[in-house]
Design a protein around this ligand. Sequence first.
Ligand code: SF4
Length: 305
Amino acid sequence: MEYETVSKILGDLAEMNTREVIFLGEGEPLLHPRFFDIVSEAKQRGFRITAYTNGTLLNHQRAEELVISGLDRLKVSFWASNEDSYGKQYPNSKSGQFTAILEGIHALNEMKRRKNASFPQVFMHFPISKSNHIELEDIVGLAEELNVDGLTVAPVFSVDDRLNHLQFPPSLINHTISLLEGLEPRLKKAGIEHNFPDLKVCLRFGNDVWNYMPCYIGFFHAKISIDGSVHPCCRCNFPIGNLHDQRFRSIWGSENYRQLRSTMMSTAGFKSFIQDNQCVCTYCSSIPNNNRMFKVARRLPYCGG
Ligand code: SF4
């Protein structure tokens, strides 16, 4: 997406008092030729900014640009905890790639130290799957070794069947929850933030969340794809509008969006919406927020599921 288009979107989001912008999916953000200009502009407009990266482009120069840009949080995806496993997860990767990613993180930590900067916070992100779940404890060990600020873990899901072979199986839920509980004190001792409480909620609700609560995503989040289409979340194939035809604020306030919010505010409406639009709600990271909002909404007239 061109810088000018992104800039226009950021302008709309600022007028709408948006708090946070996340660069995630649909390609490596550090490959965008004006990524650092985009982050700087977003920061000037007052957003909290998070970017996900595969870490392969981290080096001394980018470490410096990341610190100067004002990025709040960089999340480096780790599908593996060591070089051997990385080679299996990424069969086409260069040898030594895993070590290069670790060096990139050290370079960023060192740059922050030299510039006396607290940001960007460095988080490791572990997509836990059928093939790498046994590495969870080693991932925590790596987070301690790298002295990162935080660790997030998210079960792998497949929106278009391509990742079906990696999907996190329900048979591992109970075992993983007790493992997470055992690892929490270790992370606390190391001063590493983590998402384990929310992750346990996602795992406990499993893959039929629509039976328990509605989805309020339309009130607090939207996904903008690189082709300009606007979706309620990254797991629903339901474009509500396109930024090539309308400004973001018009789409957000459109009848289509209002309809979507009202439909998804009941469990029955949510269920029919996700079936019609092939949403993949299994282990969705918005479930903990939906659960918190549902607990409040149930006490209000006309809002419960
Ligand atoms: S994946 Fe499902 S539960 Fe998650 S935000 Fe989208 S519609 Fe809501």
